[in-house]
Design a protein around this ligand. Structure first.
Ligand code: B3K
Ligand code: ZN
Length: 876
């Protein structure tokens, strides 16, 4: 393996040169695009004197370089695979660099590439260096002017960042357009789009009364599917004004939907580029989850305009500065727009399943890593979701108003700058005149902290003491961890289910029925007085900190909390814990599942005071990945994926048997309505959760019901939910449904991804063979990341039963795909590879097989830096 270089945060140096202005001229051609970049450079007063100009660049042909108009000869510069260096430069100069690139051959989808016959770009994190030679780092910010020249017939639309400043015709069927972005930006926010695109237009009047034109560009046959995205954009713009006082700053905001995209979307200034699956929606083609996701991602990218673009990152170690903060903002947008409790449950589910697992993996890293080999490997659940939790901690500590004061000061101080997470912390602290220095540890320490709580009740004195202690596990970057500030939101429930007023020793009166304590020491005591009976604590309400809670709840305690906790989130958490405790007892002690879970879930299902969505969330048992994680952390045994799958199914059937009548009654009582309001969506969610449990019994009546739902469904939510259940059943209806779906949606690439994905998620024994066969399907394309994720990604990440087949066939298949993908698209290959990363936590037989597949990849010639980094961390 060729070793890529490790980059360290401690080695950061300011750029040698600043750029006052950058002009780009693109002459587009599918296989030979010419780029002329003209930059005005000036020595950075903060850099050491006399340094060379080092420009990043690779995968291009360098045509010429001119310094202040004079052509440089080969001996005037140093050129290697990754950089161009020029020495002995004056303090100010203009550099014109001409390069040639081949967009058509760009399968990595970084830099300028082709998607569906159009041109588009992706520059974050380091794609700009595939377009021209430049200091490709976020702390070099400049205003950009862009001129695009292209053949008119195939590229009637020519777009870039900022405002359009001119366009016109040239001879030979060519035309041109010019764009100017007045806001200084790092090159990772540059974007260009050209092609034959239709456009949906709307407008938004900002709170200060400016009219902003909003446009969504797409292939013409999708224009009817952009209404939801447009509505979401307008809601996001209004929300950011109301909640954070942040207005949009250009006259035009554009979104372009493309089919070939490595991730969800990209926040390029004024020209967001989106994976088309996060733009198009109609009730027939998109599920309710898709609707919610589209709104959230449209919001997320839009919110980046302030948190990421106006204030950006000094270097890529600071990625969570923009991503954690922007995820927090999109979470709040969804919570304010829909159900706060449901949103919280879903976010916490994601964090616990994926981020806690990452913390326990060889890729564990702090939200601000101290080193990386390939920055693309650090767009992780840790940087994003744990990063958002850390931002949420400020809000818990400072209150909503205090947090807003901190945000205001952050923008006041840093608008137009490239800054560090320390600057965010300082703004929060200074705006509220508090010491938040302890928060720094949340940025620098990896691993999921464990918060242990033990309760002691003194009957005579009516005092209840909580003994809190915290510790964080050793992770690759450090074994020693210091205590963190942990907000602990709690209530105390009395035996009749009521909440007791919370009065700490020393306080003159109670301070509510739910409150937040701050645990900041290794060990800390809190004593509540006037607690009339022995209570049951409801701890970590709303998941007030990203920690693993340890409290010796009995199964009766959890059943009690499920019924009586006034905090909806904790009712869900208790349901999850009860199911997990039952599963662990089944796994470790070979216990048969008893009726307690069924009974507790029955109470929940029948509780008229609870929202349908909360019931549905509670009915969804912890995932197989969650269970595997708990097995490893709570029992110190390695996980046996086959047994976990089997026992989880057994518990689901046990619950379904116990609740058979309730589930059926609930299913039929829920509206079959088509609305897209929250109530209709929640009803569909519960209805399909009931159906899923009913089908787990595999009786004919339930399968027939699922098939009937599939046939009758007038919306994708119901159709897809039924299809997914049928695809997992060995029944005649399975093939019938799959065939019908394929025929119905053949023409729609995004819906076909659902068809690929339900088949890859099936736990039937022939799944791997089917997936292999589907790779030859006319609609499958290994160069399209959505297709890869739908088929290969689903098998690797969402189908443990097949991936972990005892004979290692799942591992071998994924390793083969990683090797093929790596030569096409290293980012996608590296994501798939992560499925093999946790081999040390799996039972020995499978573990050996996983390791040997990792080794096989490592032994191959020419693997990318992306894949190398994951391998080298996994194999040590
Ligand atoms: N900032 C982009 C992610 C870029 C990923 C580069 N590998 C999307 C987002 O988080 O909004
Ligand atoms: Zn983002």
């Amino acid at each position: 393996m060729k070793q890529p270089q490790t980059v360290y945060l401690k080695d950061y140096q300011p750029p040698e040169f600043l750029v006052d202005h950058l002009s780009l001229l693109f002459t587009l051609h599918p296989s030979c695009t010419e780029v002329v970049s003209t930059a005005r450079y000036r020595r950075n007063p903060l850099a050491a004197a006399g340094g060379d100009l080092e420009l990043d660049g690779h995968g291009m042909e360098l045509v010429s370089i001119k310094l202040d108009g004079l052509l440089l000869e080969k001996e005037d510069y140093r050129l290697n695979e990754a950089a161009l260096g020029i020495a002995a430069l004056p303090d100010e100069f203009e550099l014109e660099v001409t390069t040639r690139i081949n967009p058509e051959a760009n399968t990595a989808l970084e830099g300028l590439y082709r998607s569906g016959g159009n041109y588009c770009t992706q520059c974050e994190a380091q794609g700009f260096r595939r377009i021209t030679y430049y200091q490709d780092r976020p702390d070099v910010m400049a205003p950009f002017d862009v001129r695009i020249v292209a053949e008119k017939q195939s590229n009637p639309v020519l777009l870039s960042n900022g405002n359009p400043t001119g366009s016109g015709e040239l001879g030979d069927g060519q035309h041109w357009a010019e764009w100017s972005d007045p806001f200084a930006k790092p090159c990772y926010l540059f974007a260009l789009v050209a092609g034959d695109l239709a456009c949906v237009e709307d407008s938004y009047n900002t709170s200060s009364g400016r009219d902003v034109t909003l446009r969504i560009y797409t292939e013409v046959h999708h224009v009817d599917h952009c209404g939801h995205a447009m509505g979401s954009l307008k809601r996001a713009m209004a929300w950011d004004e109301q909640r954070f006082g942040l207005e949009y700053d250009l006259d035009l905001f554009m979104i372009v939907a493309v089919d070939d995209f490595n991730m969800g979307a990209m926040e390029n200034k004024g020209l967001n580029i989106f994976n088309s699956r996060l733009v198009f929606a109609s009730p027939e083609t998109a599920t309710d989850d898709d609707y919610i996701a589209i709104e959230a991602v449209i919001g997320h990218e839009y919110f980046h305009n302030w948190t990421g673009n106006r204030v950006t990152c000094r270097d890529w170690f600071q990625l969570s500065l923009k991503e954690g903060l922007t995820v927090f903002r999109d979470q709040e947008f969804t919570a304010d727009t829909h159900s706060r409790a449901v949103k919280r449950i879903e976010d916490v589910r994601l964090l616990r399943t994926h981020q806690f697992a990452e913390d326990a993996s060889p890729m564990a890293h702090p939200i601000r890593p101290s080193s990386y080999m390939e920055i693309n490997n650090f767009y992780t659940v840790t940087v994003y979701e744990k990063g958002a939790e850390v931002v949420r901690l400020y809000q818990s500590l400072l209150g909503v108003d205090g947090f807003r004061r901190g945000m205001d000061l952050y923008f006041q101080r840093h608008d137009g700058q490239a800054v560090r997470t320390e600057d965010f912390l300082a703004a929060m602290a200074d705006a509220n005149a508090v010491d938040l220095s302890g928060m720094q540890r949340w940025y620098d320490q990896a691993g999921t902290p464990q918060l242990s709580v033990r309760m002691e009740y003194n009957e005579q004195e009516k005092r209840c003491t909580l003994h809190c202690s915290q510790c964080s596990p050793a992770t690759p970057e450090s074994a020693e961890k210091k205590p963190l500030p942990i907000p602990l939101t709690l209530g105390l429930l009395l035996p009749d289910g009521s909440s007791t007023p919370l009065q700490l020793e020393g306080e003159s009166q109670p301070q509510g029925l739910s409150r937040t304590l701050l645990v900041s020491e290794q060990n800390q005591l809190f004593t509540f007085i006037n607690v009339v009976e022995k209570p049951l604590p409801s701890l970590l309400r709303g998941f007030s900190a990203p920690v693993e809670l340890d409290y010796p709840y009995s199964r009766d305690d959890d059943a009690f909390l499920m019924r009586f906790d006034s905090d909806a989130f904790n009712r869900w958490a208790a349901a999850q814990r009860l199911a997990m405790q039952t599963l662990l007892a089944m796994l470790v002690d070979n216990n048969e599942p008893d009726g307690a879970v069924g009974e507790a879930f029955g109470h929940l299902l029948r509780d008229a005071s609870l929202d349908a969505a909360l019931k549905a969330e509670a009915l969804a048992l912890p995932s197989e990945a969650d269970i595997a994680e708990s097995v490893v952390t709570k029992t110190a045994l390695p996980a046996d994926p086959a047994r976990i799958h089997m026992l989880r199914e057994q518990l689901r059937r046990k619950i379904a048997e116990a609740l058979r009548d309730d589930l059926e009654a609930c299913y039929h009582s829920l509206s079959q309505g088509e609305g897209l309001d929250d109530a209709a969506m929640q009803q569909r969610q519960l209805k399909n959760a009931c159906l899923s449990l009913m089908v787990s019994l595999r009786d004919n009546a339930a399968v027939t019901l699922a098939y009937r739902q599939f046939e009758k469904a007038a919306n994708m939510t119901d159709q897809y939910a039924a299809l997914a259940l049928l695809a997992d059943c060995d029944c005649d209806e399975r093939l019938k449904a799959l065939e019908a779906f394929e025929k119905q949606w053949w023409h729609d690439a995004n819906v076909m991804d659902k068809w690929f994905s339900v088949q890859a998620a099936s736990t039937l024994p022939d799944t791997l063979e089917r997936v292999k066969a589907l790779m030859g399907h006319e609609k499958f394309d290994l160069r399209n990341p959505n297709k890869v994720r739908a088929l290969i990604g689903t098998l690797a990440m969402r189908n443990p039963a097949t991936f972990h087949a005892e004979d290692g066939s799942g591992y071998a298949f994924i390793a083969d795909q990683v090797l093929t993908l790596d030569s096409l698209n290293p980012q996608v290959a590296s994501r798939m590879l992560r499925a093999l990363m946790n081999w040390k936590r799996i039972e020995p037989k499978r573990s050996t097989l996983m390791r040997s597949e990792l080794q096989r990849i490592a032994n191959s010639e020419g693997i990318s830096g992306d894949v190398f980094e994951i391998l080298s961390k996994s194999l040590c």
